[in-house]
Design a protein around this ligand. Structure first.
Ligand SMILES: *Cc1c(COP(=O)(O)O)cnc(C)c1O
Length: 370
């Protein structure tokens, strides 16, 4: 029986040769590769500066530090996201102020912004979930009106555009991640992008033990971290970025196969793309509307088809409930969507026949619960 994992990175000869070349060079950290990778990401995303780091979560942490957010400050964000997009605030004692999401794109709904802004609001952290942009026109207009900086958690949206601009390049600071299930991978890895030299300089110092930018190796200007990206990862970044547009197109093709197989089934909703944006297909997530999502996961597992309940809402995670006393029903749309969403096997190499096979199995299981 064929085995269908939920995700798998695409690694080719060039990726492997590049990493081997780094290993042979002996320069495993602070070599030429991470600088080259930073330049290429800045160019690809249409931003000025990039600062490569060891994962997306620490990139978000640096963004929060660079914006000078302090304990007790509030940041408006989405509860329908991966845990890091709130943890990066909690690291600094900053309070996430969640607002509910839209049913079509699963991103934060700007219509709730007005109600959740307080005197303590110091920034907006927009998440572009699953590979498509939040409504950045409304979010940026609101932010300007209230003089708030905007962080874009673009860890799931590299390569997607909003009104022609790359997500991550629209706000004050954006962060991409390169974990093996993302659009491209460096193993572990992430990168911060910004148009601001000031933000970039702080990030560069903080990722490198708080050193100054004048190469005084043993002078530390601030409390910093070791959030550096190593040269093997950066090499992978360069060779992966080279084929990123091709990889996104391959996934777009697979997504369209799934949608043509599944659209119109009474208990399935296929992904929808909002206006004025492109999707860069981090994951392919359907909604199962007849209440059978969790049973389907178990049944498909027996067929070696691996799927995920993607994603649980952040505010109902055990530690969040404890810290902030959130109850069920706090963000009803996010909770409903989260109880229905299912990520299907989605990676380069899936064939038209694989997608038809998985879809057939899925439909035959769902039918039992209609
Ligand atoms: C993947 C991801 C991150 C960061 O992930 P790392 O595993 O730390 O690289 C942050 N936010 C979102 C929404 C993500 O999906």
């Amino acid at each position: 029986m064929k085995n269908f994992p939920v995700a798998r990175p695409f690694i080719d000869r060039k990726d492997i040769d590049g990493v081997v070349g780094v290993l042979k060079s002996g320069l495993l950290s602070f070599g030429p590769k991470y600088l080259q990778f930073e330049k290429q990401i800045a160019k690809y995303t249409g931003t000025r500066y990039a600062c490569a780091v060891s994962n997306g979560t620490c990139g978000l942490h640096l963004a929060v530090k660079a914006l000078n957010l302090h304990p007790g400050d509030e940041v408006i964000t989405s509860p329908f996201s991966f845990i890091s997009s709130s943890n990066c605030l909690l690291f600094e004692g900053v309070v996430p102020r969640f607002i509910d999401i839209q049913e079509n794109t699963f991103n934060m709904d700007p219509k709730y912004l007005d109600k959740s802004v307080t005197k303590k609001t110091k920034a907006i952290l927009a998440v572009h979930i699953f590979g498509q942009s939040a409504d950045m026109t409304e979010i940026m207009a609101f932010a300007r009106r209230h003089h708030l900086p905007v962080i874009e958690d673009s860890c799931e949206s590299l390569g997607s555009r909003y009104m022609g601009k790359m997500t991550g390049s629209i706000g004050d600071v954006g962060v991409y991640a390169f974990y093996p299930n993302k659009q491209m991978t460096t193993g572990e890895g992430g990168i911060v992008v910004t148009k601001s030299k000031k933000i970039r300089d702080i990030c560069v110092s903080l990722r490198n033990q708080g050193r100054n930018n004048r190469n005084d190796w043993l002078v530390h200007e601030r409390v910093g971290y070791n959030y550096r990206m190593d040269e093997m990862s950066a090499s992978l970044g360069i060779t992966q970025l080279h084929k990123l547009n091709w990889m996104i197109n391959e996934k777009r093709k697979i997504a369209s196969w799934y949608s043509s197989e599944l659209d119109g089934h009474r208990s399935i909703r296929v992904p929808r793309i909002g206006v004025n944006r492109t999707h860069s297909w981090f994951v392919y997530v359907i909604r199962v509307t007849n209440g059978s999502r969790d049973k389907i996961i178990k049944k498909l597992e027996r067929e070696n088809i691996f799927t995920k309940p993607y994603l649980p809402v952040i505010h109902l995670q055990p530690f969040m409930k404890q810290m902030f006393h959130y109850k069920k029903g706090a963000f009803p749309i996010a909770e409903k969507i989260s109880s229905q969403t299912l990520a299907l096997p989605f990676y380069i190499g899936l064939t038209r026949e694989d997608v038809a096979y998985i879809s057939r199995k899925l439909i035959s299981v769902i039918k039992n619960y209609d």
